[in-house]
Design a protein. Structure first.
Length: 258
């Protein structure tokens, strides 16, 4: 006997599965998002962009490492000096930069400019000039050795002369004695100069910084020499310039630390 009941026929498990498979097979596939289509059709461009991003990130990391390694030569110096609060305040004012230090590790961090131009007026004792002078000595005390001084009329140096380049060098007691023995330091009254070199038309002047008032005020390192280079040969730095820029006291009030 043949079963012709459609209900029973439709309830056959095999036929139900076939019908389900047929439905899914003939159904419209789900719509793919536009961005997926774009990525699929531009796979090469996506790969190149990804590699370029990796290169940029790697370059940034390398550049950061290089900058941190060469920070002192890029204008930021880390100083390891036994400074007290007064000295830190002096340097902070002179450099016009915030200086941070810790009691346990006396490490001072300050941004030190590679150049400082000082233009003195007719009255060296003016407020602006005094502030500039303090800044110059603060830079010297901090270890910056490239501060430039612009000659002017009150220095009695011709306007056509080269710049005076003050350089701070901390030397040993033996080197200080050698400089003194060879008459390469300024005379005690600050009126004469001695040649450190005779190259071309230039000579240099050395000042024992720890014998000056300014250096004592900031408690600068001992045995420090302040060298003015590129002074025209045959010219003397006048007393007023030495008193202003080196803080030299009168001979009878001066204390010789050596």
């Amino acid at each position: 006997m043949v079963d012709s009941d459609p209900v029973n026929k439709a309830s056959d498990p095999d036929e139900a599965v076939e019908a389900l498979v047929h439905t899914f097979a003939t159904a419209t596939p789900p719509r793919q998002p536009a961005w997926k289509k774009w990525v699929k059709s531009h796979q090469i461009l996506v790969a190149i962009s990804f590699l370029a991003t990796l290169v940029v990130v790697a370059t940034a990391i390398i550049a950061t490492l290089v900058i941190n390694y060469h920070k002192p030569s890029l204008g930021v110096e880390t100083l390891d000096l036994p400074l007290n609060s007064k000295q830190v305040a002096t340097l902070s004012r002179g450099l016009n930069r915030k200086i941070t230090s810790t009691p346990t590790v006396p490490q001072v961090q300050a941004e030190v400019h590679s150049e400082l131009t000082l233009t003195t007026g007719a009255t060296p004792q003016s407020t602006q000039d005094v502030a500039q002078s303090e800044k110059l000595f603060a830079m010297v005390a901090s270890g910056s050795i490239n501060a430039f001084l612009t000659p002017s009329s009150n220095l009695a140096v011709a306007s056509g002369n080269k710049l005076l380049t003050p350089i701070a060098e901390v030397v040993t007691k033996q080197q200080m004695q050698e400089l003194s023995d060879k008459n390469l330091l300024l005379a005690s009254d600050g009126t004469t100069t001695h040649e450190l070199g005779t190259k071309g038309a230039n000579k240099a002047v050395a000042i024992a910084l720890d014998r000056t008032d300014v250096w004592k005020q900031i408690n600068g390192p001992k045995d420090a020499v302040f060298i003015f280079a590129n002074v025209q040969k045959g010219k003397e730095l006048p007393r007023v310039a030495l008193a202003y820029f080196a803080g030299i006291s009168a001979p009878n009030t001066r204390t010789n630390t050596h």
